[in-house]
Write a protein that binds this ligand. Sequence first.
Ligand code: 13P
Length: 340
Amino acid sequence: MEHSNQLRQIANNLVQKGKGILAADESNPTCKKRFDSIGIESNFNTRNEYRDLLFTSEKIEEYISGVILFDETLRQNTTCNKNISFPELLISKGIIPGIKVDKGAKNLEGFPNEKSTDGLDGLDERLGEYYTLGARFAKWRAVITIGDNIPSNACIHANAHSLARYASKCQQAGIVPIVEPEVLMDGTHTLETCNDVTNKTLKSVFHQLKMYNVMLEGIVLKPNMIISSIDCPVQANIEKVADMTYQCLQENVPKNVPGIAFLSGGQSGDLATSHLHVMNKKYRNNTPWNLTFSYGRALQYDALNVWSGKNENRKMAQESFIFRAKNNSLATFGKAAVLK
Ligand code: 13P
């Protein structure tokens, strides 16, 4: 493959020990939801200020290997230096800029309450432009919902197929695809059900990736952990989540995938860190792939709340963000979090 060395190198850099990925690619509607929760308006300028706060945090480069951006953010400049774009700022710190390229999860026709992700149309052209703007990796999120008689085979197949087509297009463009099949934690289902569905989903995803000749050394897998759903009356403990997640990955993820960067999916910041910590503590010497984080909410919750849209809180918000990033960095070495 034309870009194989470059793809390998980028993928390995993204999942290097001690570092993980910051998912800051909330679409404008999702960003509005987050900003609504702290009572501030979401517009071009407030989104710019907030992302600037995160990316200019002191020592971010010690813990973060890559940042996933939204289309608008990839084109924005830092607020203190209007001549420097966010990708340029990140690159200057040794952080790899990434870009969300999917167009969102839409209703899967004929399958009530199930989704498939749009965005393959015109993707080649968009990837070409994103590359020139500095992006070297991309993200596509597929959503699998657990409920009464769902997920259907059709839903799993449709999502696995789109992920493979997306991944192949990215690699043709010299961009590392983050392959994100997210089994949602919404609902009342048990950890065992999450395990069954995730198993089935990952099998289908790797089957499709193989069919489309995706080079596994040049991807990063971004899965959910095996976890009890939010409203499940019995919540599995941290040890159990770590064990089941590791087992599920071992069964399904080929050894030549360089790394697995988990999504947080609605877990609290503390829990997302603890799960990663225990998994690495127990298994890091036996895994062929590095286990790290690609968190959105679990890295940002505190910073967003501390900031609350006020410039005078900026420094404190940056410290909250770095506190989370540092603890997740420690977790990748199997080390426990430091206290505040
Ligand atoms: P969360 O960690 O908030 O789940 O976000 C990660 C992400 O990128 C979802 O696509």
